[in-house]
Design a protein. Structure first.
Lengths: 272, 299
């Protein structure tokens, strides 16, 4: 195929190249900083130096990995609950148009209430159940924003499934549950994947609830990273290494999930 | 046996499917909301040992007359408008650029989308040091060319925070717009091209109208999320210089958690919620109108 390099094509490549630099520069800079000694830190443009592993050793010893594990656990449990409960509900909302289309937006409205206000009821609840500084209240709090968004996405996916498909299944003798489980649900698997990734990202990213509900032994990754910030100036290298631990898995993951995400979302979520 | 959508079994199925969602919604969203609503009409403080007293609308009145609250409101509005409009324009351009990318497609998409997967506190801390006057690379670069710009100085910090938001969340816009582009039929653009329409005309008259629903959803979701900005401020300015970068979220965090005035903070949250609901309903109405207009135009 011969592609003519018009000015438009040149502009397109320039925009992309600029975006690559814009995205990668901060990440590369932090990656370099994680191998620097405190003295080298004051030279921002030092690119060739003997890498020091001291920061990484300090981070390995600090329990950031355990925190990352806890974050992943919280994300997986939150998303699993949201997907099971959300897909059942979203299917009915999409099929019977329960509550009209305002339900979908009303669902998002609750997201506007600041975590600073929502967190206190969760804290009271955790104290009453003697579960402070465990992961349970964090999972519960994460459900408060992951569940609405996941359900919101799923309603769009279910609406895109033609009703005739399910009617045929019912004529063929499937029960309502079987028609949902075996015929309709497989149609929205790509969407469920996308919504799941999305929900996981939301949970993985949250600092606030973790900071207040589980600040100590059950600290999740963002809390563990934020804790490096208290020793200002002193531990920049260690903090850079900790930040890299938060970045590396998701950047690798983004390579594998981006296609699924784009395909999944184009399957219905963007048709409001 | 006839297939029926109504009747006892259909109802049983419908509510059976809906009940878990409703129950979880009530406990995870409804309960904290109601609790906060209750607190907002009391004089409760985090340090109280006695049960709170009912004070009616006093908290709402004092919030509405509190200049600091409105200052935070204006700060947040400025932040959201700057960040989201920049993200929309950049996201649109990047989505178009990526849509036509053929070689290294997955890699280039992964690079552009990567920032949205990084936890915001990490992003905030990265920029805190990248833009730091003593050790940051960007100020050093500026010094080298003789320029001097204090990224977290007076009058500039809010813009810097919006910039951080743009770095992290433009990918979200790219994602939704890219998904919209991929699911869009190809014929209208081809037809416009064949008819000799230039790129600007095709963009304005064909592409943007066709993507309008996607753009609305993207702006709405992003706007709602940007309203809740907390991590960047927590990582960088902590509301300063002065109170310049105290956004609503951070302001309510200070009121409720740091200064223990949880009743006040709850009242503020509900005022914000009411105002945002007005905006959402207005946006929703406009979308419905467009939809109806499109349908009648299509006939």
């Amino acid at each position: 195929m011969t592609r003519r390099f018009t000015w438009l094509e040149t502009l397109r490549l320039a925009v992309l190249a600029a975006a690559f630099v814009f995205v990668l520069f901060p990440i590369v800079w932090v990656a370099l900083a994680s191998f620097k000694t405190p003295e080298q830190m004051s030279e921002p443009f030092l690119f060739a130096f003997a890498p020091s592993l001291a920061n990484w050793q300090a981070v390995f010893a600090s329990g950031v990995f355990a925190a990352a594990g806890r974050s992943a656990l919280v994300g997986v449990i939150t998303v699993a609950i949201s997907l099971v409960v959300g897909s059942m509900g979203a299917y009915v909302i999409a099929k019977y148009r329960a509550g009209g289309s305002l339900t979908r937006f009303g669902m998002l409205a609750a997201q506007v209430v600041p975590p600073a206000v929502m967190v206190f009821p969760f804290l009271t609840m955790a104290q009453a159940l003697r579960m402070t500084d465990t992961l349970a209240p964090v999972i519960f709090a994460h459900l408060s924003f992951v569940l609405p968004l996941v359900t919101w996405f799923l309603i769009g996916f279910f609406e895109a499934v033609p009703a005739s498909l399910e009617e045929q299944a019912r004529v063929d003798g499937f029960t309502r549950w079987q028609a949902f489980r075996l015929v309709v649900l497989p149609q929205v698997y790509p969407g469920i994947g996308a919504a799941g990734i999305f929900g996981f990202t939301l949970s993985w990213n949250d600092l606030f609830y973790g900071l207040i509900l589980a600040p100590g032994n059950a600290a999740i990754l963002p809390v563990a990273i934020a804790n490096f910030n208290t020793f200002r100036g002193v531990q920049i290298g260690t903090m850079s290494a900790a930040i890299m631990i938060a970045i590396i898995p998701v950047v690798i993951a983004s390579f594998f999930i981006q296609r699924r995400l784009v395909q999944g979302i184009s399957g219905g979520a963007v048709k409001y | 046996m006839a297939y029926r959508t109504h009747g006892v079994f259909a109802m049983k199925f419908k509510y059976g499917m809906l009940t878990p969602l409703l129950a979880l919604f009530v406990v995870a969203v409804g309960f904290p909301l109601c609790y906060a609503a209750y607190l907002s009409v009391t004089d409760y403080k985090l340090t109280d040992r006695t049960p709170p007293d009912f004070v009616g609308t006093a908290n709402f009145a004092s919030a509405l007359t509190n200049p600091a609250f409105w200052e935070a409101f204006a700060t947040t509005a400025t932040y959201v408008v700057i960040a989201v409009s920049a993200e929309l324009v950049l996201g649109f351009a990047l989505a178009l650029a990526l849509h036509q990318q053929r070689w290294a497609k997955d890699l280039s998409r992964a690079i552009v989308l990567a920032p949205m997967f990084i936890t915001p506190i990490a992003v905030g801390l990265i920029f805190r040091f990248l833009l730091n006057d003593q050790i940051g690379a960007v100020p050093a670069l500026l010094h080298a060319v003789g320029a001097d710009y204090d990224f977290f100085g007076a009058g500039k910090a809010l813009l810097t925070l919006a910039f951080i938001d743009v770095w992290q969340w433009t990918p979200f816009m790219v994602l939704l717009i890219l998904a919209g582009l991929e699911s869009m039929p190809k014929q209208p653009m081809e037809a416009a091209r064949v008819d000799g329409a230039g790129p600007v005309y095709r963009l304005r008259r064909v592409l943007i109208p066709m993507l309008a629903p996607v753009l609305t959803v993207a702006v709405l979701l992003r706007g709602l999320d940007a309203l809740r900005v907390f991590e960047y401020i927590y990582a960088t300015t902590r509301g300063g210089p002065g109170t310049e970068t105290q956004t609503l979220q951070y302001f309510m965090y200070l009121e409720g958690i740091q200064f223990f005035r949880l009743a006040q903070a709850s009242a503020m949250a509900f005022i914000v919620l009411a105002l945002v609901l007005v905006v959402i309903v207005a946006a929703f109405r406009a979308m419905e109108r467009n939809r109806v207009a499109e349908r009648s135009a299509a006939r």
